[in-house]
Design a protein around this ligand. Structure first.
Ligand code: C2E
Ligand code: CA
Ligand code: CA
Ligand code: CA
Length: 279
């Protein structure tokens, strides 16, 4: 980090100062944001390519600051991870997502699986599995309707602790998705060992899948591999009809992206399922 200097003397750099002040300011506000109820969840549909219907939704957190407006997770999640605030924040997100999914089920909508992003810091907490268990109990949600999105980096770090946690989660009955698949170290033997439910093919491969032959080859191979391993393939960041056609032709199972819907408020999402929105 830029703050590392040891004993060495360095000049005061005005830009650096501004940046660390900004960060400090952000951190102070972030600490208060949870108790002030400034976080909210958006939901983005996950769509079945076989019949064009909504199968589930990914919850994506936003910080609605009273003066600064909407702040993107790319800005505050890294800071939340650095400060450990991601743990209480992540617990709140999990609870919120489960309660919302349960509420929709009780209103009579078709069962949907809600996906929740789990940070590496959360995953490695000794209490992580019991937090999941408690959240399911408190919300009354069927474990099969909760999916934890874990990045390749976390999941493939195959220490004994990771293996144990993954096994416990599987025996709880929750689903596991490998997020941003293709961007980290992939271990195919690992996929076989854990039988994860879904591989989310990273949007960087999808972006120019119709113009870049290499990306097309990678995506084709990932979809074929998923099918062989009986793992659901999901393409992230699908924006165009052309990308959709390509994925359909390759036999991809599910998609997520602006071509169907951007992430929306709970209210707007409910409107979509009420109207049975289809691809
Ligand atoms: P991610 O988990 O890979 O989430 C997908 C991101 O792609 C979201 O950005 C989503 O809005 C965006 N996206 C969806 N469809 C499209 C598309 O068609 N085109 C493009 N260009 N983008 C699309 P978002 O919401 O800004 O989130 C960014 C990242 O922040 C997430 O990446 C995830 O790593 C993190 N994040 C978001 N919510 C949470 C959370 O609740 N907990 C944790 N730990 N991390 C979160
Ligand atoms: Ca995700
Ligand atoms: Ca992703
Ligand atoms: Ca990502």
């Amino acid at each position: 980090s830029k703050e590392k200097g040891g004993n060495s003397y360095h000049y005061y750099h005005p830009d650096m100062n501004k940046r660390s002040l900004h960060k400090l300011n952000l951190e102070i506000h972030l600490r208060k944001a949870l108790e002030r109820g400034e976080f909210r969840l958006l939901y983005q549909p996950l769509v079945d390519l076989k019949n064009g219907t909504i199968r589930g939704m990914e919850s994506l957190v936003r910080w609605q600051h009273p003066e600064w407006g909407m702040i993107s997770p790319a800005e505050f999640i890294p800071l939340a991870e650095e400060t450990g605030l991601i743990v209480p924040m992540g617990n709140w997100i999990l609870k919120q997502a489960c309660l919302q999914n349960k509420a929709w089920l009780e209103q009579g909508y078709n069962p949907l699986c809600v996906s929740v992003n789990i940070s590496a810091i959360q995953f490695h907490q000794p209490q992580f599995v019991s937090v999941i268990e408690e959240t399911l109990q408190e919300s009354g949600l069927d474990p099969g309707l909760l999916c934890l999105e874990i990045t390749e980096g976390v999941a493939m770090n195959s220490g004994p602790h990771v293996m144990e946690t993954m096994d416990k989660l599987k025996s709880l009955g929750v689903r596991i998705s490998i997020d941003d698949f293709g961007t980290g170290y992939s271990s195919l033997s690992y996929l076989k060992r854990f039988r994860v439910h879904t591989l989310k093919i990273d949007q960087s491969f999808i972006r120019d899948v119709t113009s870049d032959e290499d990306n097309a080859a990678i995506v084709t191979a990932l979809i074929a591999m998923s099918r062989q391993l009986k793992i659901t393939s999901l393409a992230e960041g699908v924006e165009t009809r052309e990308q959709l056609e390509f994925l359909l032709a390759q036999g991809c199972d599910e998609i997520q992206g602006y071509v169907f819907s951007k992430p929306v408020s709970a209210q707007e999402f409910e409107e979509m399922i009420r109207q049975n929105k289809q691809l």
